[in-house]
Design a binder for this molecule. Structure first.
Ligand code: MG
Length: 278
Protein backbone atom coordinates (compact mmCIF):
# COMPACT_ATOMS: atom_id res chain seq x y z
CA UNK A 1 0.00 0.00 0.00
CA UNK A 2 1.13 3.53 -0.71
CA UNK A 3 3.06 5.55 1.87
CA UNK A 4 1.00 8.13 3.74
CA UNK A 5 1.90 11.69 4.60
CA UNK A 6 2.42 12.84 8.19
CA UNK A 7 -0.96 13.72 9.72
CA UNK A 8 -2.75 12.41 6.66
CA UNK A 9 -6.52 12.58 7.06
CA UNK A 10 -8.36 9.25 7.27
CA UNK A 11 -11.79 7.96 8.26
CA UNK A 12 -12.86 5.34 10.77
CA UNK A 13 -15.54 3.17 9.12
CA UNK A 14 -17.12 -0.24 9.61
CA UNK A 15 -16.96 -3.56 7.79
CA UNK A 16 -20.15 -5.46 7.01
CA UNK A 17 -21.10 -4.27 3.53
CA UNK A 18 -19.51 -4.95 0.14
CA UNK A 19 -15.80 -4.08 0.54
CA UNK A 20 -15.36 -2.38 -2.85
CA UNK A 21 -18.49 -0.20 -2.47
CA UNK A 22 -17.45 0.65 1.09
CA UNK A 23 -13.91 1.69 0.14
CA UNK A 24 -15.20 3.75 -2.79
CA UNK A 25 -17.64 5.57 -0.54
CA UNK A 26 -14.87 6.42 1.94
CA UNK A 27 -12.63 7.62 -0.91
CA UNK A 28 -15.42 9.92 -2.07
CA UNK A 29 -14.64 12.04 1.02
CA UNK A 30 -11.25 12.77 -0.52
CA UNK A 31 -9.18 10.44 1.68
CA UNK A 32 -7.08 7.38 0.91
CA UNK A 33 -6.61 5.86 4.35
CA UNK A 34 -8.58 4.87 7.39
CA UNK A 35 -9.36 2.47 10.18
CA UNK A 36 -11.70 -0.47 9.72
CA UNK A 37 -14.08 -1.19 12.59
CA UNK A 38 -15.13 -4.81 12.87
CA UNK A 39 -18.27 -5.54 14.89
CA UNK A 40 -18.31 -8.70 16.97
CA UNK A 41 -20.86 -10.40 14.74
CA UNK A 42 -19.25 -9.53 11.38
CA UNK A 43 -18.21 -12.84 9.79
CA UNK A 44 -14.53 -12.87 8.86
CA UNK A 45 -14.05 -16.39 7.50
CA UNK A 46 -13.26 -16.07 3.80
CA UNK A 47 -13.70 -12.27 3.89
CA UNK A 48 -10.06 -11.25 3.44
CA UNK A 49 -9.74 -11.82 -0.33
CA UNK A 50 -12.47 -9.35 -1.30
CA UNK A 51 -11.13 -6.75 1.12
CA UNK A 52 -7.57 -7.18 -0.12
CA UNK A 53 -8.62 -6.78 -3.72
CA UNK A 54 -10.76 -3.68 -2.94
CA UNK A 55 -7.90 -2.03 -1.03
CA UNK A 56 -5.42 -2.79 -3.80
CA UNK A 57 -7.57 -1.68 -6.71
CA UNK A 58 -8.57 1.54 -4.90
CA UNK A 59 -5.04 2.16 -3.53
CA UNK A 60 -6.53 2.59 -0.08
CA UNK A 61 -4.50 2.06 3.10
CA UNK A 62 -5.92 0.66 6.32
CA UNK A 63 -3.82 1.61 9.32
CA UNK A 64 -5.86 -0.21 11.98
CA UNK A 65 -8.39 -2.99 12.41
CA UNK A 66 -10.63 -1.98 15.31
CA UNK A 67 -12.34 -4.77 17.28
CA UNK A 68 -15.76 -4.39 18.82
CA UNK A 69 -17.36 -7.34 20.60
CA UNK A 70 -20.79 -8.95 20.84
CA UNK A 71 -22.65 -7.71 23.92
CA UNK A 72 -20.94 -4.32 24.27
CA UNK A 73 -23.22 -1.44 25.22
CA UNK A 74 -22.18 2.22 25.56
CA UNK A 75 -25.46 3.51 27.11
CA UNK A 76 -23.86 5.06 30.21
CA UNK A 77 -20.75 4.64 32.32
CA UNK A 78 -21.96 1.73 34.54
CA UNK A 79 -23.16 -0.15 31.42
CA UNK A 80 -19.81 0.40 29.73
CA UNK A 81 -18.06 -0.90 32.85
CA UNK A 82 -20.25 -3.99 32.83
CA UNK A 83 -20.12 -4.81 29.10
CA UNK A 84 -17.14 -3.32 27.25
CA UNK A 85 -13.79 -4.83 26.35
CA UNK A 86 -11.63 -7.31 28.24
CA UNK A 87 -12.81 -6.38 31.75
CA UNK A 88 -16.08 -8.39 32.00
CA UNK A 89 -14.90 -11.88 33.08
CA UNK A 90 -17.72 -13.89 31.46
CA UNK A 91 -16.85 -12.85 27.89
CA UNK A 92 -13.09 -12.61 28.31
CA UNK A 93 -12.14 -15.85 26.66
CA UNK A 94 -14.49 -15.47 23.70
CA UNK A 95 -13.25 -11.90 23.12
CA UNK A 96 -9.63 -13.01 23.28
CA UNK A 97 -10.29 -15.57 20.54
CA UNK A 98 -12.15 -12.96 18.47
CA UNK A 99 -9.21 -10.56 18.80
CA UNK A 100 -6.92 -13.26 17.43
CA UNK A 101 -9.32 -13.76 14.54
CA UNK A 102 -9.31 -10.01 13.78
CA UNK A 103 -5.51 -9.93 14.00
CA UNK A 104 -5.27 -12.79 11.50
CA UNK A 105 -7.76 -11.12 9.16
CA UNK A 106 -5.87 -7.81 9.41
CA UNK A 107 -2.59 -9.59 8.69
CA UNK A 108 -4.06 -10.98 5.47
CA UNK A 109 -4.77 -7.38 4.41
CA UNK A 110 -1.33 -6.14 5.48
CA UNK A 111 -2.82 -3.95 8.23
CA UNK A 112 -0.10 -3.01 10.74
CA UNK A 113 -2.27 -2.43 13.80
CA UNK A 114 -5.13 -3.88 15.83
CA UNK A 115 -6.98 -1.84 18.46
CA UNK A 116 -9.94 -1.93 20.83
CA UNK A 117 -11.49 -0.51 23.97
CA UNK A 118 -10.32 -2.94 26.64
CA UNK A 119 -12.78 -1.37 29.09
CA UNK A 120 -12.18 0.43 32.37
CA UNK A 121 -8.71 -0.53 33.64
CA UNK A 122 -8.88 -0.82 37.47
CA UNK A 123 -6.47 1.43 39.37
CA UNK A 124 -5.64 -1.31 41.90
CA UNK A 125 -2.81 -3.45 40.50
CA UNK A 126 -3.73 -6.28 42.84
CA UNK A 127 -7.37 -6.49 41.75
CA UNK A 128 -8.19 -9.87 40.18
CA UNK A 129 -9.56 -8.20 37.03
CA UNK A 130 -6.41 -6.10 36.66
CA UNK A 131 -4.13 -9.15 36.88
CA UNK A 132 -6.25 -11.23 34.49
CA UNK A 133 -6.58 -8.43 31.94
CA UNK A 134 -2.87 -7.64 32.08
CA UNK A 135 -2.12 -11.30 31.29
CA UNK A 136 -4.66 -11.25 28.47
CA UNK A 137 -3.24 -8.06 26.96
CA UNK A 138 0.23 -9.62 27.06
CA UNK A 139 -1.04 -12.66 25.14
CA UNK A 140 -2.86 -10.45 22.61
CA UNK A 141 0.27 -8.32 22.12
CA UNK A 142 2.38 -11.43 21.55
CA UNK A 143 -0.15 -12.79 19.06
CA UNK A 144 -0.20 -9.46 17.15
CA UNK A 145 3.61 -9.33 17.23
CA UNK A 146 3.68 -12.56 15.21
CA UNK A 147 1.95 -10.53 12.48
CA UNK A 148 4.25 -7.52 13.02
CA UNK A 149 1.26 -5.62 14.35
CA UNK A 150 0.88 -3.15 17.15
CA UNK A 151 -1.99 -3.62 19.59
CA UNK A 152 -3.49 -0.31 20.68
CA UNK A 153 -5.70 0.64 23.60
CA UNK A 154 -8.35 3.26 22.95
CA UNK A 155 -8.22 6.12 25.46
CA UNK A 156 -10.97 7.64 27.50
CA UNK A 157 -12.39 5.23 30.02
CA UNK A 158 -9.68 5.92 32.57
CA UNK A 159 -7.41 8.91 33.29
CA UNK A 160 -4.24 9.10 31.17
CA UNK A 161 -2.05 8.32 34.19
CA UNK A 162 -3.86 5.04 34.92
CA UNK A 163 -3.59 4.03 31.28
CA UNK A 164 0.11 4.90 31.16
CA UNK A 165 0.83 2.89 34.32
CA UNK A 166 -1.02 -0.09 32.86
CA UNK A 167 0.86 0.21 29.57
CA UNK A 168 4.21 0.19 31.37
CA UNK A 169 3.13 -2.68 33.57
CA UNK A 170 2.22 -4.88 30.56
CA UNK A 171 5.80 -4.54 29.27
CA UNK A 172 5.20 -5.28 25.61
CA UNK A 173 6.93 -3.06 23.01
CA UNK A 174 4.07 -3.36 20.50
CA UNK A 175 1.46 -2.16 23.01
CA UNK A 176 0.43 1.37 21.99
CA UNK A 177 -2.37 3.89 22.31
CA UNK A 178 -5.11 5.00 19.94
CA UNK A 179 -5.79 8.45 21.35
CA UNK A 180 -9.39 9.68 21.26
CA UNK A 181 -9.61 13.22 22.67
CA UNK A 182 -13.42 13.22 22.78
CA UNK A 183 -13.57 10.13 24.97
CA UNK A 184 -11.58 11.86 27.70
CA UNK A 185 -14.35 14.47 27.76
CA UNK A 186 -17.36 12.15 27.27
CA UNK A 187 -16.24 9.98 30.21
CA UNK A 188 -15.07 12.97 32.22
CA UNK A 189 -11.60 11.45 32.69
CA UNK A 190 -9.45 14.51 32.10
CA UNK A 191 -8.30 17.28 29.83
CA UNK A 192 -7.43 15.67 26.47
CA UNK A 193 -4.70 18.17 25.60
CA UNK A 194 -2.89 17.46 28.87
CA UNK A 195 -3.38 13.73 28.26
CA UNK A 196 -1.80 13.91 24.79
CA UNK A 197 1.30 15.34 26.40
CA UNK A 198 1.42 12.59 29.03
CA UNK A 199 0.93 9.78 26.50
CA UNK A 200 3.02 11.39 23.74
CA UNK A 201 5.57 8.61 23.21
CA UNK A 202 2.93 5.89 23.11
CA UNK A 203 0.54 7.13 20.40
CA UNK A 204 0.30 4.98 17.28
CA UNK A 205 -2.96 6.46 15.97
CA UNK A 206 -5.56 9.06 16.88
CA UNK A 207 -9.26 9.61 16.49
CA UNK A 208 -10.47 13.05 15.54
CA UNK A 209 -13.75 13.13 17.42
CA UNK A 210 -15.45 15.84 19.44
CA UNK A 211 -17.85 15.97 22.36
CA UNK A 212 -19.09 17.77 25.44
CA UNK A 213 -18.55 16.98 29.13
CA UNK A 214 -21.12 14.84 30.98
CA UNK A 215 -24.14 16.77 32.33
CA UNK A 216 -23.79 18.01 35.91
CA UNK A 217 -25.75 16.13 38.57
CA UNK A 218 -26.50 13.00 36.53
CA UNK A 219 -24.32 10.24 38.02
CA UNK A 220 -22.98 7.77 35.48
CA UNK A 221 -24.08 9.82 32.46
CA UNK A 222 -21.78 10.17 29.46
CA UNK A 223 -21.22 13.45 27.66
CA UNK A 224 -22.68 13.93 24.19
CA UNK A 225 -20.66 13.41 21.02
CA UNK A 226 -20.67 16.43 18.70
CA UNK A 227 -19.66 17.09 15.09
CA UNK A 228 -15.94 17.77 14.77
CA UNK A 229 -15.14 21.33 15.85
CA UNK A 230 -18.48 21.81 17.63
CA UNK A 231 -17.56 20.16 20.93
CA UNK A 232 -15.24 20.89 23.86
CA UNK A 233 -11.99 19.29 22.57
CA UNK A 234 -10.65 22.38 20.80
CA UNK A 235 -9.59 20.81 17.52
CA UNK A 236 -7.08 23.51 16.55
CA UNK A 237 -5.33 23.07 19.88
CA UNK A 238 -5.47 19.27 19.57
CA UNK A 239 -3.85 19.24 16.11
CA UNK A 240 -1.26 21.82 17.17
CA UNK A 241 -0.40 19.67 20.20
CA UNK A 242 -0.02 16.55 18.04
CA UNK A 243 2.47 18.46 15.90
CA UNK A 244 4.27 19.71 18.97
CA UNK A 245 4.81 16.20 20.35
CA UNK A 246 6.07 15.01 16.96
CA UNK A 247 3.10 12.75 16.18
CA UNK A 248 3.35 11.66 12.53
CA UNK A 249 0.53 9.12 12.15
CA UNK A 250 -2.85 9.62 10.53
CA UNK A 251 -5.82 11.70 11.75
CA UNK A 252 -8.81 9.38 11.74
CA UNK A 253 -12.18 11.07 11.73
CA UNK A 254 -14.61 9.19 13.96
CA UNK A 255 -18.32 9.98 14.19
CA UNK A 256 -20.75 7.68 15.93
CA UNK A 257 -24.48 7.15 16.39
CA UNK A 258 -25.74 9.11 13.36
CA UNK A 259 -28.04 8.24 10.45
CA UNK A 260 -26.01 7.38 7.33
CA UNK A 261 -26.92 10.73 5.75
CA UNK A 262 -25.92 12.73 8.81
CA UNK A 263 -22.75 10.66 9.14
CA UNK A 264 -21.68 11.47 5.58
CA UNK A 265 -22.41 15.15 6.08
CA UNK A 266 -20.45 15.30 9.35
CA UNK A 267 -17.49 13.38 7.89
CA UNK A 268 -17.32 15.73 4.89
CA UNK A 269 -17.33 18.71 7.21
CA UNK A 270 -14.65 17.10 9.39
CA UNK A 271 -12.39 16.49 6.37
CA UNK A 272 -12.69 20.18 5.45
CA UNK A 273 -11.94 21.26 9.02
CA UNK A 274 -8.86 19.03 9.32
CA UNK A 275 -7.55 20.21 5.95
CA UNK A 276 -7.56 23.74 7.34
CA UNK A 277 -6.00 22.75 10.67
CA UNK A 278 -3.24 20.29 9.79
MG1 MG B 1 -12.64 6.52 19.34
Amino acid sequence: MQPLADLEIGVMFWAGRDPLATVREIKSFGVRSGQLGIAGDTPLAGAAAAWRSALQSEEFTLVTAFCAYIGEDYADIPTVQRTVGFIPPATREEREQRTYEVSGFAAELGVPGVACHIGFVPEDKNAADYVAVRAMVRRVCDYCARHNQTFALETGQEPAGVLLNFLRDVERPNLKINFDPANMILYGTGDPIEAVGMLAGELVSVHCKDGDWPPMGVPGALGAERPLGAGSVGMANFIATLKEIGYRGTLNIEREGQSPEQWRQDVRMAVDLLKRLR
